[in-house]
Design a protein around this ligand. Structure first.
Ligand code: AMP
Ligand code: MG
Length: 521
């Protein structure tokens, strides 16, 4: 393996002076050096050839024992020094103090084709930030992270990526539903990739300790490395940085709403400063359209991180980042202007996103009402979000209300319940939509093409990941491979894969791992 290694993070930022791998509070340091724990019998389940090529691996590297050893944590790549980052975070709306990489270990940075990437192992053992946990990850959550990050990437959603999925050969104890039923599960390690893994919480921890010196060092480093377009100095520089993070983070959440992704744990320690989706835990995909839905059982009472609340929580999280950066700026106007712009910018972006989903090119004022009526209808009786929009592209200007309704009928979970007042509401909506289509110039075929590149045919439905996990647990990786391949082209018709263009089966509705997930991973 011949990678172009860079060590800027560890060379330019202050390290924890203590090199013991023991749980502790770490002050005045951005990270601690720590080596992964050696796995007893690592085996590769999957590698991502396309991403590997982008990073600079050859195909023979992927099959080498050196690759297995480095990305399972058995060996350290030459001239690198793995490290865990110190960060804090607001968890479920409350300041939680120091958290840090409890089970993530950054291996090294690389640069290839002018792209900087950090390669990080998740589940490779304890770090000084593991608090009272084991630093490990189980196969089920690793399969979920591995597949979903790539599914998101190919949908066009900003995200971390997945390089490799490896079982450790060690067993890990987990109480899946936190209800007093712990059991051993297979351990696994994912290597994930991002420009960096710096989170909002990396800035918050220094601000919370009034450590302005290190806050500034981290901000200067981040801007210089990852925001080269920022040339201003002093407070303008930090404001420009905040503005960029606010914009990219808004863009990310619009994409989530677009594809029906529910992150599940939008704590500020899970918010990347690159505006990319990070930390795939108890996430889920909308099946029936329900703005109140969250897959995370740990959040079942409050539903803070429900689908419909994600844009608001994004703003709340940006407020926490603004507070953390405030000591570098020392006035509120600039920060407030950026935060105040968020709601209007989000509304605009949402409208554009929904117009695209509906195949509308013109902008007409009444579209807002059309969209509002639609989301209302979608939520009355279980209607599959992905299937509805995919089928909507088959509607033609010549359709009648009845033929249009027939075309999307498969998206209803209980078609027999679409009657009386509910049917009436759908008839009104289709009447309005068909009238609206008359105002569009593109042909039915052109509109269909445009809609099918924004409305995916295939997403990683909760039950699909669960089926792949159950097989993988039996050492059958066929479905893991199949889903990985399927999700490379989520917008394409893949006739041989049509069985995945299907609604959630009944067995999956209340099943653990499908619509119910806890933070246990
Ligand atoms: P999460 O909710 O997964 O984002 O995790 C919140 C915090 O808990 C982060 O600091 C994680 O590193 C840490 N954490 C989660 N699971 C583990 C684990 N099994 N071992 C050590 N730390 C963990
Ligand atoms: Mg996390």
């Amino acid at each position: 393996m011949q990678l172009n290694i860079q060590n800027s993070f560890i060379n330019e930022l202050p390290a924890d002076s203590n090199s013991e791998n023991q749980v502790r509070k770490v002050f005045e340091a951005v990270f601690s050096f720590v080596n992964p724990t050696e796995p007893s019998n690592p085996k590769i389940l999957h590698t991502n050839a396309d991403l590997a090529t982008d990073i600079g691996f050859s195909m023979s590297d992927l099959a080498s024992s050196a690759f297995l050893n480095v990305f399972s944590g058995k060996e350290i790549y030459p001239n690198t020094k793995p490290f865990a980052m110190c960060y804090g975070g607001h968890q479920f709306g409350v300041w939680a103090g120091q958290l840090g990489d409890g089970r993530a270990i950054n291996l090294f940075e690389t640069e290839n084709n002018q792209q900087k990437q950090t390669l990080q192992l998740k589940g490779a053992g304890k770090t000084p930030y593991s608090r009272n946990a084991d630093g490990l990850a189980v196969l089920r959550s690793s399969v979920r992270e591995y597949l979903c990050a790539e599914a998101m990437y190919h949908l066009g959603v900003p995200t971390t990526r997945s390089l490799s999925l490896i079982t450790s050969g060690d067993m890990v104890l987990r109480d899946i539903l936190y209800n007093g039923n712990p059991a051993y599960e297979k351990g696994a390690i994912v290597c994930r990739v991002a420009p960096s893994f710096i989170r909002f919480g990396n800035f918050e921890i220094f601000a919370s300790r009034n450590d302005i010196n290190n806050l500034k060092k981290l901000a200067d480093f981040t801007i210089q490395q990852y925001f080269p377009e920022i040339h201003s100095e002093g407070k303008e520089k930090y404001l420009a940085f905040f503005k960029k993070v606010a914009e990219t983070t808004l863009n990310m959440v619009v994409h989530w709403q677009h594809v029906g992704f529910v992150h599940g744990v939008m704590n500020t320690d899970n918010m990347s400063i690159h505006g990319i989706t990070i930390d795939y835990g108890p996430y889920g995909w909308l099946e029936d359209y329900n703005p109140d839905w969250t897959p995370n059982t740990t959040d079942a009472g409050q539903r803070r991180y429900r689908y419909g609340n994600q844009p608001q929580i994004t703003l709340w999280n940006l407020y926490q980042l603004a507070n953390a950066l405030y000591p570098l700026i020392n006035e509120t106007e600039g920060l407030e202007a950026i935060l105040h712009a968020y709601e209007e910018d989000y509304d605009k972006a949402y409208l554009t996103m929904m117009r695209n989903k509906l195949g509308l090119e013109n902008t007409i004022e009444s579209d807002t009402e059309l969209i509002h009526q639609l989301t209302n209808n979608l939520s009355i009786k279980e209607t599959d979000y992905t299937i509805f929009f995919r089928l909507l592209s088959t509607i033609q200007k010549e359709d009648t209300i009845e033929t249009a309704l027939e075309k999307i009928n498969y998206s209803f979970y209980h078609p027999e319940e679409i009657k009386d007042e509910i049917l009436n509401q759908w008839q009104i909506w289709f009447e309005n939509y068909l009238n609206r289509l008359q105002l569009e110039t593109p042909s039915d075929t052109e509109r269909k093409q445009k809609m099918n590149i924004v409305n995916p045919k295939y997403v990683l439905r909760n039950f699909m990941a669960q089926l792949a996990i159950e097989k993988a647990d039996q050492e059958d990786y066929s479905l893991l491979n199949e889903l990985f391949t399927l999700l490379l082209k989520p917008y394409d018709e893949q006739p041989q894969m049509e069985q995945w263009f299907s609604k959630r089966p009944d067995w999956a509705k209340e099943k653990v791992g499908c619509s119910m997930l806890s933070c246990s991973s």
